[in-house]
Each structure stands twice: as structure tokens, then as C-alpha cells.
Design a protein around this ligand. Sequence first.
Ligand SMILES: C[S@@+](CC[C@H](N)C(=O)[O-])C[C@H]1O[C@@H](n2cnc3c(N)ncnc32)[C@H](O)[C@@H]1O
Length: 220
Amino acid sequence: LSGQLFWHSAFPTSEADAVFFGPDTYRFAIAIEHHLESHSKEVRRAVDIGCGAGPGAIVCALARPGAQVLAVDINPAALCLARINALLAGANNVEACQSDLLSDTEGQFDLVVANPPYLVDPSERAYRHGGGPLGAGLSLRIVEAALPRLERGGTLLLYTGVAMIGGCDPFRAAVEERIPEGFALSYREMDPDVFGEELEGGAYAECDRIAAVVLSVVKE
Ligand SMILES: C[S@@+](CC[C@H](N)C(=O)[O-])C[C@H]1O[C@@H](n2cnc3c(N)ncnc32)[C@H](O)[C@@H]1O
């Protein structure tokens, strides 16, 4: 990914503490790179929520070597691999620490990035299960946790998957309800149809498709 090699769990990732690295990781990294190329605001502190093997944090750290970049995850195996991958990439401004979203971190951030789990996973693996309505629970919690922790001019960049129903986007509607005055939102579909096999039954019976989206919220 972006010229670096990453350690991660081998397929099949059936263990409860499997560390994800896959197609979403590549799309997430592209979204971060695009953001950093098009925003000149200085990044002094950044955090990657649900860092997994560390790709988001490492992409940020290499592009902004003067920044302090936190890589947080609830899975200790992910933090171990994120530390190894940061060393291998020469990203010595990455600090990996255990935290449930931002609850075990302090201070404000210029950039918060996340590629959280967004599916309904019957075995509730940490890398895959989003919880809440059709997997959107963790993504919505990230919006709520990140906005109060942004510096002025800071950005939340959230890459996630959304179960579309009846031609509508329930995640976008739920996010718009949560954006207070003084924050600017932009939202785009990056891939209209991912994890199509999930639609075959169970929780997704009423859904049209699952789309990969990029949400950006800037504190004005
Ligand atoms: C889909 S994986 C993405 C990993 C990595 N960001 C990437 O792009 O490859 C989601 C990650 O979120 C972590 N996670 C799940 N719930 C979390 C929580 N409440 N707080 C922090 N991390 C969490 C999982 O352990 C997993 O490593």
C-alpha cells in the first residue's frame, strides 16, 4: 500500500482478534491521500480510530512528518502490528495505544481519520461488526466522539459502508441530524456496490446495496 508492506492477519480472518487489511484499506488510504493533497492546513495532531494494522496512521505520518499521529484500536493484536508496520515504514511519529474510540485519548486533533467496521457480522468480530442499525452504530459513534475533539479548521475524515434502503441513504440522514452549527459537511459515494454477497439474506433482506462512502466534516 502506497509503496509500503504491511503485516496483517492471514486469510481466512475467522479469529475474534483478526487484524483486517483489505480493499477497504486501499480506498481509505486513497481518501486520506486525496484529503492531505487538497488541504494545506497544518496537521500538528492526528488520530486514526480503529487503526488495525496501521495503514491510515502511517499514510498520515509519512505525509505529515511533523505531526504527532495516534493509532488507536480496541484490539491489542492490531496495536502490535501497527507498531511493527510503523517501524518498517520509518514512520517514527506514530504512537499506537489502546482506546475505545477516543475515550482513552486526551486533547484536540487537526485530523481524525477512521475506517471502522460497518457490517452486521453474526459472530461480532471486532474488525467487521459495526453494531447499531445495519452496521452503522460505530460510524455514528465516531461522528459523535470526533466533532468535539476537532481543533478549529480540523477535519473528521470517515470512510465507511452504508446499507442503502428504498433508494435512500439512512446513514447520511443520521449524520446530518448530528452535525451542529459551525461544522461543514461533505459526503460522497466512493464505490456504489461493495460486499454484494451480504445482501443475500439475514439483516440485509430489505437493502438495495451497500455503498462505500467518504464523509468529511470540517470545524469552521
Ligand atoms: C475494518 S477494520 C479497519 C482497520 C484499518 N483502519 C484499515 O483500514 O485497514 C476496523 C478496526 O476497528 C477496530 N475497532 C472496532 N471497534 C473499535 C472501538 N470501539 N474502538 C477502537 N477501535 C475499534 C477493530 O479492532 C479493527 O481493527
